[in-house]
Design a protein around this ligand. Sequence first.
Ligand code: NAG
Ligand code: NAG
Length: 352
Amino acid sequence: MKALDFCLILLLLEELCGSTSGLRWLALATVGSVDHIQKEEACDTLSGLVKRQKKICKRNIEVMHAVKKGAVSAIDECQYQFQNRRWNCSTVDHGSAVFGNVLNAGTREAAFVHAISSAGVTYAVTKACSSGQVDKCGCDRSIRGKSPQGFEWAGCSDNVAYGSAFCGMFVDARERAKGRQSSRALMNLHNNEAGRLAVEENMKVQCKCHGVSGSCEMKTCWRGLPSFREVGAMLKDRFDGASEVEEQKVGSRKKLVPKNTQFKPHETQDLVYLEASPDYCISDPETGSLGTSGRTCNRSSKAIDGCELMCCGRGFNVKRRVVDERCHCKFHWCCYVKCQQCKKVVDEYVCR
Ligand SMILES: *[C@@H]1O[C@H](CO)[C@@H](O)[C@H](O)[C@H]1NC(C)=O
Ligand SMILES: *[C@@H]1O[C@H](CO)[C@@H](O)[C@H](O)[C@H]1NC(C)=O
C-alpha cells in the first residue's frame, strides 16, 4: 500500500494523517452564532471536532458557548501578539484548519498557538462559571476565612480549577485519543498545559474596602482572572524563550528532553518545539506561509518589524499619504477644547 493511500484511509477513520496540530476544534471560532450550539445534535454538525470532543460537547452543551468564545479570543490575541512578526497569525477561510498549513510543523509558532488556544478555553470557561452561565460550576467556594494578611476571603473567586480541568478534557482530547503518542502529540500536550498554567499563574487577588467613607476597616478579597492580554503577553515571552526538544525513550515511555544537552530541562510552564521555523519570507502553499510582500514595516526599527528583517532584504516601497490631523488645540474657559484641522504627510513603508 502506498503511503498516500494509507493516509487517505486513516483520514477516513479520522485523526492521525489530518492536521498534526490538533487544533481543528478552533474552527468553532468560525461558527456563525452561538445559537447554533443549543442542542446536543448540534455537536455532530460542528466541524473540526474529533469523536471524543463531540461526546464532551453533548455532555456539556452549555459550556460550548464559552469554548467558542475562547477560540475567538485566542485567535485575536495571537494576532495582537504577532502583529509585527513575519508570520502574523493570519487565518485562512478555506478548509477546517484555521491557520492553513502553518501549524503542521512542530515549530515555535505551533507551540504558541496551542498554548494560547488552551489558555483561551480555560479563561472563557472560568469566566462562564463565575457569571452563572453554567449550572455545573460556579465560583470557587474553597477559598474562605481570614487570610494571613488580615483580609477576609469573600465574594466570587473565579473557578480556574474547573476551567482548567474542562480545557484539559476538551482541548487535549485529540492527542489523548491516539494510541501510541508521537513526539508531536507530546509537544502539543505540553504546550496545552503551559497555556492553562499561564492563566492560573496570573490569577490576582482583588479586593474591596468596607467601612465609613471607604476607610477600609474591613477588606474582603477574592481571586480573580487577569486580563487575557496579560496571559497573552506572558505566553509571548515564553514563545521568545521556548526550548527546542526531542523525543527520548525512557523505558517503554517517551518524553521530551532538550535537544542541546547543555541547556537545563524545560519546566511545565515553558513552551517547547521540535522543529526550527521556516523564515516565512515568501508565499509557500506547502508551509502555508503567506510571505511578507505587501506588509508594512518600520523603517527605524532594527527588530523583526523593521523593514530590513520584515522584507527579508527585498526592499520596500514608500507610500506617501496625506492625513487630516487635529492641531493647534486651545483650551477655552470653561470647558471645551477647540482644534484646527491640519494636513500631515505620513510615509508608510511596504515590503516588496
Ligand atoms: C498579516 O499578513 C498578511 C500577509 O502576510 C496580510 O495580508 C495581513 O493584512 C496581515 N494582517 C495584519 C493584521 O497585519
Ligand atoms: C518604529 O520603531 C522605532 C524604534 O524601534 C519605535 O520607536 C517606533 O515607535 C516604531 N514606530 C511604529 C509606528 O511602530
